[in-house]
Design a protein around this ligand. Structure first.
Ligand code: 9D3
Length: 252
């Protein structure tokens, strides 16, 4: 996959793509990440890319021209087309399903917005998808672009080692993961749950399922609506909810 990242701050990307799984994916040629400086496509003497908003108001707006020129240059010189994604707080929430869709593309353009906003004509006539990574305010689209590249790259076939089954992950099944432990069996007096060292595989499976359900109920009750729950799962959740109600704790 070819990923082109259009940004005013290409230097921010040094580091995250040079370690661990993304580094290996790049070395294997499974993903090529290209950084393009939007400022190189400014056509004025001072190389500016922003201007005051028509109609007045605070802050500066990223101009349409350098963004259009940068995207069209990328498409010309690569000879490819594909989704043009704008990272923006007003975008659709990024999630695993969207990461999976994007991972099937051969060519992706990510535009990192900056300043208070971007000329609406970029959205209307250039961008094909607008993505937010969550409900908090960042300084620009650079960190969100890194998040998208990370989530998408690990889904490209061949990037993760065998055994790392991407389908069994939480967010694929809408349950949070169960607690994991490794050696030693006791650390600072804290011991590993006895069941995990019992060798009773059926009981271990049931314990893990229960832990996933409890953790999801505690931290992400919204996910339980989407999860595929067996009759036994529902019984567990019912019992836990009743227990919590008895203790007068709030529970969804
Ligand atoms: C005046 C209203 N602000 C929107 C909340 C303006 C504004 C603030 C911060 C516009 C852009 C930004 C920079 N953030 C991003 O570009 C961004 C972002 C984010 O801030 N949160 C979550 N996801 C994303 S994706 C891009």
């Amino acid at each position: 996959m070819q990923i082109y990242i259009l940004t005013l701050f290409p230097e921010m990307f040094a580091g995250p793509f040079d370690a661990s799984i993304i580094k290996r994916a790049r070395e294997k040629g499974l993903v090529q990440i290209h950084l393009v400086n939007i400022r190189d496509f400014s056509k004025n003497r001072h190389q500016t890319v922003d201007d005051a908003p028509f109609g007045g108001g605070a802050g500066m707006v990223m101009a349409a021209e350098p963004v259009f020129e940068a995207v069209e240059w990328v498409q010309r010189q690569s000879g490819q087309t594909g989704p043009v994604v704008l990272l923006s707080p007003a975008g659709q929430p990024f999630n695993q399903a969207l990461a999976r869709e994007l991972s099937r593309e051969e060519f992706l353009v990510l535009i990192c917005g900056h300043y208070e906003g971007i000329d609406e004509r970029v959205r209307e006539h250039l961008v094909t998808a607008e993505i937010s990574i969550g409900d908090y305010v960042l300084t620009g689209g650079e960190l969100p672009a890194m998040v998208v590249v990370d989530a998408v790259t690990r889904l490209i076939p061949g990037v993760l080692g065998r055994g790392a089954s991407v389908d069994e992950e939480s967010f694929s099944n809408f349950l949070l993961e169960y607690p994991q432990y490794t050696r030693p069996r006791e650390y600072r007096g804290y011991s590993v749950p006895e069941i995990l060292v019992s060798g009773h595989h059926g009981q271990i499976r049931a314990w893990r399922r229960r832990q996933s359900l409890l953790r999801t109920l505690e931290n992400r009750p919204d996910l339980l609506q989407k999860a595929e729950l067996s009759a036994e799962d529902k019984q567990i959740l019912k019992e836990v909810r009743e227990q919590l109600q008895k203790l007068d704790l709030n529970v969804p």
